[in-house]
Ligand binder design. Sequence first.
Ligand SMILES: Nc1nc2c(c(=O)[nH]1)N[C@H]1C(S)=C(S)[C@@H](COP(=O)(O)OP(=O)(O)OC[C@H]3O[C@@H](n4cnc5c(N)ncnc54)[C@H](O)[C@@H]3O)O[C@H]1N2
Ligand code: MOO
Length: 395
Amino acid sequence: MILVKDAKDIILNSAYNFGVEEVPFLKSVGRILKENILADRDFPPFNRVSMDGICIDFNAFKNGQGDFKVEGIQAAGIEQMTLQNKENCIEVMTGAVLPNNANTVIRYEDVTLKNGIATININKINDCQNVHAKGKDRKVDDVLISENKIISAAEIGVLATVGKSTVKVAKQPKVMIVSTGDELVGVNEIPLKHQIRRSNVFTLVSLLERLKISSDTAHITDDKPILKQKIKGFLKDYDVLLFSGAVSKGKYDFLPEVFEELGIEKLFHKVAQRPGKPFFYGKTNECNIFGFPGNPISTFVNCLAYFYPWYYKSTGLETEEETAILGENVSFKPNLEFFLQVKLKSKFGHLVAFPVKGNGSGDLASLVNADAFIQLPNDKTEFKTGENYPIIRYR
Ligand SMILES: Nc1nc2c(c(=O)[nH]1)N[C@H]1C(S)=C(S)[C@@H](COP(=O)(O)OP(=O)(O)OC[C@H]3O[C@@H](n4cnc5c(N)ncnc54)[C@H](O)[C@@H]3O)O[C@H]1N2
Ligand code: MOO
């Protein structure tokens, strides 16, 4: 049995770069950007009027002029006009190019317009006011978004404005999710008294969808030859296999022996943690195999604690550890790292984690009451209110 930290190191060391693909920009939300996005022009690209009103040459106002003859209207979306006489003005609209020979905009609220003359009603005006200067935000060729960032709505706006209708993102691994067990029936079926519906596969599908990874699913009965034959095919067709169940000590927990017979290199089996202890991890040259223990919370937490970091490393995304303060004393005697379900609350500007009572790793309904797991180390048994520990959030 190895420590959580060592298990994670082994998994991170087998991260794999799946390459890059180009996708339509609107399909890129949640994907990991694989190119730097540069400004195709200055931001803003011209001296942009930022208030509806009139524009003047500031010197005229400084010299005591208050009335300005209106030469015309510069609307947004038309070519730049020129103020012919620097003692006149042009009406300007927000988003328009600032006309030549003018540098200062006075909003309509501070002006009276009558018979083609604009009279300024205020005493104080600043030189160049209400103009968003060309290149003030960013210069042409500046890096607007660095690669390896996760794309959100904020990045979509930038991609659109620089004309990136397609964008390079990290390719997703091809994933198969497999459940095993003769007690399991489909979601639409009515289970007999000794059966339950399959649920782990679908939590895994959803956990992967959060990463924008689409996956295939399969269910295999507890029959060793069938398991072996099916998995042999999956190993050829997929980059990642996620299993749920059949990795502990039961008479029908065939997976570890099937993996061995199929030539999968075992990197570890069993981690000093609860829940999720009988976790198997192995690989072939082409495929990574995560054998999650079948109890629903074990599968769930191990996907977050191991598959997620493996995926982040594989795609180049840098993540930061998040921590929270324990909101209650916790006592945990076994010499195992404890992934405790917690409800997170913000108190006085701090994230506080309150333990959620559950009945062990089979109690999948208790996941609904929590937001995260707090990771309590195996070298202590008493954990005090106010102490800070890493958390893994799932909402
Ligand atoms: N003698 C031992 N027994 C067990 C050990 C051990 O070390 N020695 N470890 C326990 C721990 S911890 C866990 S966790 C489980 C893991 O067992 P398996 O990975 O072999 O999983 P199964 O036995 O196939 O199933 C366990 C449990 O989970 C239910 N299950 C499985 N798949 C699904 C699914 N897709 N959806 C919903 N529920 C699922 C299954 O019905 C069982 O109730 O082993 C302990 N035993
Ligand atoms: O430690 Mo097992 O993974 O919970 O029931």
